[in-house]
Every structure is written in C-alpha cells, then in structure tokens.
Design a protein around this ligand. Structure first.
Ligand SMILES: CC(C)(COP(=O)(O)OP(=O)(O)OC[C@H]1O[C@@H](n2cnc3c(N)ncnc32)[C@H](O)[C@@H]1OP(=O)(O)O)[C@@H](O)C(=O)NCCC(=O)NCCS
Length: 197
C-alpha cells in the first residue's frame, strides 16, 4: 500500500490531508460554488466530516490539501479503485475541487498534472479514471489539458441536489499523453476495450 507524498508544483504544495485540515476544507466546501459536482452539499461541518474523515483511515483513498502560500485552496481525492474498467489493482479514480475564489488561475490543472506524474511514477497504477457531469466544462478542460481522453458518456447516472445529470468519463493511461495505446500486443490494453455496454 502506498501513502500520499507531499507534492510541489511551480505555485502549489499538495499536502497529504490530516484531521486538522477539516476546518479549512469546510470553509471552502461550505460554498456550493466550490464543490458543485464533487460531493453532496456541505452545509454543516458534519457533512464534510462524513466524507473527509473516513478517507484518513482508508489506505485505498489518498487525499491531498492543495495549498497556495500555505493557505488551503482546494482538495484532491484519489481512490485506488476502478470506476468502470476491469483492470482493478492498476487503476485509480480521482476527484478535486478548488475554491471558487481561485478558479481560472490554472491551479486545478497544475495539481492534476503533479498528481498524475506521482501516481504513474510511484505506484503500480497504469490508468487514471475521472467522471464529470456533462455540464462541467471547466473540469473537462482541466482533464484535457493534462492529456485525459473522453471514453464514453453515461446517461442519467449522477444525481446532485435532487437533479439527475449525464456524465462523461475520461482516462489517462501511463506513457500516453492524450493518445491511448493502440498496439494490440502491448501489455496494456486499450482503454476502450473496457467500455461497458
Ligand atoms: C473544475 C475546477 C476544479 C477547475 O478548477 P480551476 O483551478 O479553475 O481550473 P484551471 O484554472 O486549471 O482550468 C480551468 C479551465 O476551464 C476553463 N473554464 C472554466 N470555466 C469554464 C466554463 N464555464 N466553460 C468553459 N470553460 C471553462 C478555463 O478557461 C480553463 O481552461 P483554459 O486554461 O483553456 O482557459 C473548479 O471549477 C471547481 O472546483 N469546480 C467545482 C468542483 C468540481 O467541479 N470538481 C470537479 C468534479 S469532476
């Protein structure tokens, strides 16, 4: 089992989450604009504690606090579990949010690029998966800028605050920047081989 490491980018530090980070994360997450599409609403600190605390105990779930000049500006969540492919053990899925006050400054892209590099360099993972609601153009851009490719659209599989949404699924595979491996002899199968239904 691998533990999250501190990651540095040009402008950010990603610190493995600790229990003491909860208050700072709540301050960001309580504003719906900062976590829409990431999790359920976080009206009270208990709402955030319910998804934040278990991740601190679960070795399959790595969480980083995204910091700028020492201040938390967002969160990055990684789960060593496939969202819809068949390559369990070598797959993880991700989620992230950035405070709405810090949007459009390139921070999510910078954080994702650092996490992807660390995951492929330091773990057995060969495939990173992400699911995004079809209305979330900002998140599509973040994924695409780091080289993720869209694999499928799933109709009506995501509910948030009583409404149902369609999702797009993206992946990044090791050694492939925006271009999944098409060599049939490759050890790594083409991600589209795993597309269900
Ligand atoms: C998605 C999110 C993490 C992006 O964070 P960010 O730090 O603003 O992202 P970046 O600045 O690195 O990049 C955002 C890109 O999306 C683009 N963008 C932002 N809002 C957009 C919109 N409404 N429509 C189209 N593109 C948009 C930006 O222009 C930028 O692309 P560019 O560099 O080509 O101009 C942030 O909006 C967020 O936290 N949203 C709420 C939670 C969430 O949706 N998480 C993802 C769940 S999958």
């Amino acid at each position: 089992m691998v533990a999250a490491a501190r990651l540095r980018t040009e402008r950010l530090i990603l610190d493995p989450a600790k229990a003491e980070d909860l208050d700072e994360i709540f301050e960001i997450a309580r504003d719906r604009k900062s976590i829409e599409d990431f999790q359920s609403a976080a009206e009270r600190i208990e709402d955030v504690r319910a998804w934040f605390d278990p991740s601190l105990e679960d070795p399959l779930n790595l969480v980083w606090i995204i910091r700028k000049d020492g201040r938390a500006i967002g969160l990055f969540d990684l789960y060593f579990e496939a969202e819809y492919s068949q390559t369990q053990g070598h797959v993880c899925r991700i989620g992230y949010f950035v405070s709405h006050r810090e949007h459009r400054k390139g921070y999510a892209t910078e954080a994702l690029a650092a996490v992807a590099e660390w995951v492929f360099g330091e773990t057995q993972t060969t495939r990173i998966e992400a699911g995004v609601t079809l209305r979330n153009a900002a998140s599509f851009r973040v994924l695409e800028k780091v080289g993720f490719v869209r694999e499928k659209v799933a109709r009506g599989n995501w509910a948030w605050r009583g409404k149902v949404y369609d999702s797009a699924y993206y992946c990044l595979t090791k050694g492939c920047s925006g271009a999944p491996d098409r060599n049939p002899d490759s050890e790594q199968r083409h991600p589209r081989d795993h597309r269900p239904g």
